[in-house]
Structure formats: structure tokens, C-alpha cells
Ligand binder design. Sequence first.
Ligand code: MN
Length: 258
Amino acid sequence: MSLVLVQLLEELQAGRLRVVDLTQPLSAQTPLLPLPSQWNNSPAFRIWELSRYDERGPAWYWNGFETGEHTGTHFDAPVHWISGKDLPDNTVDRIPPEKFVGPACVIDISEAVAKDPNYLLTPDRVREWEQQYGTIPAGAWVLLRTDWSKRKDPKEYINAKEDGAHTPGFTKETSAFLAKDRDVLGVGVETVGTDAGQAAKFDPPFPNHYLMHGSGKFGLASLCNLDQLPATGAIVIAAPLKIVNGSGSPLRVIAIAP
Ligand code: MN
């Protein structure tokens, strides 16, 4: 075995490296992205028992389930957005698996979000982070720590008002900067989607989706435990289900952190 893999196992077994679960539980209670009612909304996760050591299957327990591709902690592929519809390798089954592993850059805006739930990450704030921690490397996941996942009540998590949801996100300039100037793998967020709650009204609508996926980049939504990661130095493993022509999928996201 290669020395680096031996060392990886040794460090994990000794507890000097930790595996951090960045995934929310997936159930019928998992909150969904509320789209305006003129559009199709994502179905909730649904699960049903096939047998449980009973007459339906005497020695085994198993379930069937159905879900939207974008329900719970999930991966957004470039084909998810119209801007990425003609790119090569844009569906979950065709993305090269090398792209399912990458370094994490965690930008903590939790204080600003506590004061303003509609706070948007700006390029200036990213450059400020880079002055402290170094330039975001190509192929990194940029994870937006907002502490939003600590909102356990689904109503507070979605935070919908009469004029739509109020949750944090990115300015379009930030999404363009990260996708084009930093060539990131994508962005990950603690909220239900990678755009801010009010982003249907932005120009273009949902600019993070438009710019990231139009540049062949990915998204991770409904992450948690970002407060357990260092600003740099962790590795994210995020491999979506191999759904043929899929636009995304629920997945287990883990990080290996010092
Ligand atoms: Mn999505």
C-alpha cells in the first residue's frame, strides 16, 4: 500500500484525523425548498417498509424509498441549471469521480447572518478571508458557514415570509469570482439551496446556480457541522448517486479534518 494511504489510516485510527459528518438526517420531515407555486416543487422523501423479519421476508429488513434529487443534503450537478445544460460531463453519472474529493475552504459569516438572515457573501469578504488563510486553490469546495443548520424547527430553517424565504447566500459577483477566477469545484451551504432565499428576484434569478453550473461547477446544499471544520486543511468527500442523466442526488458528505 502506498505510504500516504498507510499514514491516512494510521492517523484516522489514532484519532489525529477526524471524520466529520456534514450530512443532515433524511426522512419525511426533511425540509424542502419552497418554490413559487407556478413551478413544480420537489417531492418530500418517502419511505415504506418491504419486510421486517416477517411474512413479507422472514430473515430480512428493507425499505423502498422515493425522493426528489434535490431533497435534504444533496449534490447539484451542472445540468441542474439551464446555463449548464450543454456542458460535457454535466450529469451526476458522468462527472469524473476525481471531482468527488477536494480541499475545503470554510468561510465563516455566521456573525453577519445572525444579524441579517439575508446576508450575501461579497467578493471583498472572500478577499479578506484569503488575506488571512491564503488564496482559495483551484478545485476547492468553498463552504459557507452560516450556522443556519442549527435551526432545527423546519419553519425557522426555511424562514418563509409573505415575500418568500429569507436565508443567506452569495452575490452574483462572488459566484462569478469563485467559479471563474478561483476555479473552485463548487460551493456548499447550510441552507436548503445554494442561492439566497430571495434569489428568485435577483438578476439573473438564482445567480449562484446560473453562474456556478454555467461554469461546470457543483453545489452542496443542506450541509451541517461546518462549525467543526477548520478554515483550511480539511478534505471533503461528496459522491452523488450514479443516477443516469441525474441533475443531482441526496448523498452522504463527509470531511476528513485534523
Ligand atoms: Mn439542488
